[in-house]
Ligand binder design. Structure first.
Ligand code: GTP
Length: 340
């Protein structure tokens, strides 16, 4: 079975971290996000992965120069211009010569979905496409998918106003598609699968959905990018992972809790790092506090500084001594500036 993994978006909500790399090459507990996504697919029987690339494709080619990831071959499909979700699926599937039914996943979703169950139901129902769903408390920023008792999709409602959603089941970004879906997608222009293709299939009664009933997170915002890692560190998804890289230098007087600490990171005495992500080579000064925040590669949080509420410090960024930042985005510092 083949899978198309969408990894070509700009990842604007995670800027400035995504100024220099695609979102899916950001680490999730010290391993690129794309490896978690591909690993899950491989565990469920996927034997070839097509990466639908657009923004900064070289990052993937450089990371997997032998064209393999998670033990399976990769096909790199690089769009000449951003084609949006459906346009990207069509381009990538055709570029890779995909035949028969195939799986599509958003490359920024982490889930424990039982793909075999989805495939079995897709076949049983004779669906043209099957969408997986996830139940959320506030569906207003997602695509909401009401179904009838047979699982047939009745509507596809993009981002309903708060309180007006017909269901709390949202599009979870994993699809099983028959090849005929590709013929529904116009070539050479941007086409959204959620706004154009799925609504047309609803009208034709060929679109089905299934509640994944399992762990699911979209890592696209700073808060969720951090939460996806906390969930792997606190045992929410089974055996808890170790978050501190073996080459990190954490002072014994520092306190690091439920955080992913990358290679070569230095955490000074008295520093406190909680529910945060420190990318390789970051430095956290003595007595600094990093809570629920992300510190980019080689960035410098100076002594006594205080970061909270999903601050994002870009690669090489500098947070000055004793600064207090909440929910801030810090870009790379000018050459030669260090925090002290
Ligand atoms: P934001 O800019 O923060 O919204 O992030 P994004 O660009 O990743 O957009 P979004 O999260 O909506 O995209 C969902 C998935 O589709 C992600 O895995 C993206 O990488 C991917 N994606 C979005 N647009 C395109 C595109 O035009 N081409 C390709 N190949 N992938 C895309």
């Amino acid at each position: 079975m083949q899978a198309v993994v969408l990894v070509g978006g700009f990842g604007t909500r995670l800027r400035p971290l995504t100024n220099t790399r695609p979102k899916q090459m950001l680490p999730i507990v010290n391993r690129p996000m794309v490896e978690h996504v591909v690993g899950h697919l491989v565990r469920h029987g996927v034997s070839r992965v097509v990466l639908a690339l657009g923004y900064r494709p070289d990052a993937f080619v450089d990371a997997y120069p032998d064209g393999r990831c998670g033990g399976v071959p990769l096909h790199y499909a690089v769009e000449p211009e951003p084609l949006d979700t459906a346009g990207a699926i069509r381009f990538a599937a055709r570029d890779a010569g995909v035949e028969g039914r195939f799986v599509v996943v958003n490359g920024d979703v982490l889930t424990d979905l039982d793909l075999g169950r989805v495939l079995a139901l897709h076949d049983e129902r004779g669906a043209e496409a099957t969408i997986t769903l996830h139940r959320v408390t506030d569906p207003s920023r997602y695509g909401v998918v009401p179904t009838d008792t047979t699982g047939r999709v009745e509507a596809f409602v993009e981002k309903p106003p708060p309180g007006e959603a017909p269901t709390d089941l949202i599009n979870a970004g994993t699809y099983v598609l028959e090849p005929s879906v590709l013929d529904r997608i116009a070539g050479g222009r941007r086409v959204s699968i959620e706004r154009e293709v799925f609504p047309a299939m609803v009208a034709d009664h060929t679109l089905y959905a299934i509640d994944g009933e399992t762990y699911w997170i979209d890592t696209g915002t700073p808060a969720e990018y951090v939460q996806a890692q906390v969930d792997l560190l606190d045992g929410t998804r089974g055996c808890a992972l170790t978050g501190v890289h073996r080459t990190a230098d954490v002072d014994p007087r520092a306190d690091v809790e439920l955080s992913a600490v990358g290679a070569g990171v230095v955490v000074g005495p008295g520093a406190r790092v909680t529910r945060s992500v420190l990318l390789p080579g970051a430095t956290i000064g003595a007595g600094a506090v990093v809570d629920g925040s992300i510190v980019g590669e080689g960035a410098d949080v100076a002594r006594g500084a205080h970061l909270s509420e999903h601050c994002v410090v870009g690669d090489g960024g500098v947070v000055p001594r004793d600064a207090r930042l909440a929910g801030a985005r810090v870009e790379r510092a000018p050459e030669g500036v260090r925090g002290g």
